[in-house]
Design a protein around this ligand. Sequence first.
Ligand SMILES: *Cc1c(COP(=O)(O)O)cnc(C)c1O
Length: 334
Amino acid sequence: MTVIDLRSDTVTQPTAGMREAMSNAPLGDDVYGEDPTVNRLESYLAERLGFAAGLFVPSGTMSNLLGLMAHCGRGEEYIVGQQAHTYKYEGGGAAVLGSIQPQPLDVQEDGSLDLSQVLAAIKPDDFHFARTRLLALENTMQGKVLPLTYLAAARKLCDEQGLALHLDGARLFNASVKLGVDAKDITQYFDSVSVCLSKGLGAPIGSVLLGTAELIGKARRLRKMVGGGMRQAGGLAAACLYALEHHVERLAHDHANASALAEGLRGLGYAVENVQTNMVYVQVDERAEALKSFCAERGIKLSAAPRLRMVTHLDVSPAQIEQVIATFADFARR
Ligand SMILES: *Cc1c(COP(=O)(O)O)cnc(C)c1O
């Protein structure tokens, strides 16, 4: 039985082409800056996203942490979404390891932070307060794409208020494919960007932090400090390069699959949130556990949550989406 795993887009297996690229990659010691494949990945992505430099790290969590720590010192503050990954799902790393105070704000319906709330949250220069240094946005945010006009407004506010602007772009390319724009059209507004290659792009491991040469220099020092300096890491970087060369445009298929899944489940009477990219949120309420085990017995892996998130990725086909919808129908009839 082939398993259909909809828990996340992190569950993909490297493709044959990716494995071949991994095994053929030239290697060196990346802590010495001598891994040619890591260097190629860093400069390739920096160029593609319009930055001076990039830094390869094992995870998006580390990439965000290094970005936050490179922007903010001890006792300084960043403004972030209450539901944002860097605030809620990274073990409080910015506070624990960086002594950076988060100022969380509720995320709006469209995945943005209300800029008037951001403005109001910026602390005056007064010794009672932490110094507000940075605004961190996330795109996509729970599958939602932030409009370019919003990003331009956020940039303007940061310029006026002397804040830096960081993007948790774990799924940056889902956003660019959805908007039909170059990823650079999104990243142009930011001082630093973290991109995950291990989500929908299908690499086994790897994120890259992008920024100015100075910021990336700081982040490189911090990466060593938190134990993220890897040695012959080029095999992993090769998988990331392969993903960037072969798996970006195909994200549109994941988006189409997610829309088809949403449509099918609506047809069965479920309340499904509007789908923009590769995430489907459906209200299953108290049925969560029963649905999870019913599907598990039929080869479909789901999380158990009242507001169930299902994520499409390169190991999910349109036929499998039909199978999932049929299984939900069987569940309703059981
Ligand atoms: C997955 C994810 C991260 C962190 O990536 P890891 O590689 O799992 O540490 C950061 N931000 C968002 C929005 C993510 O989805």
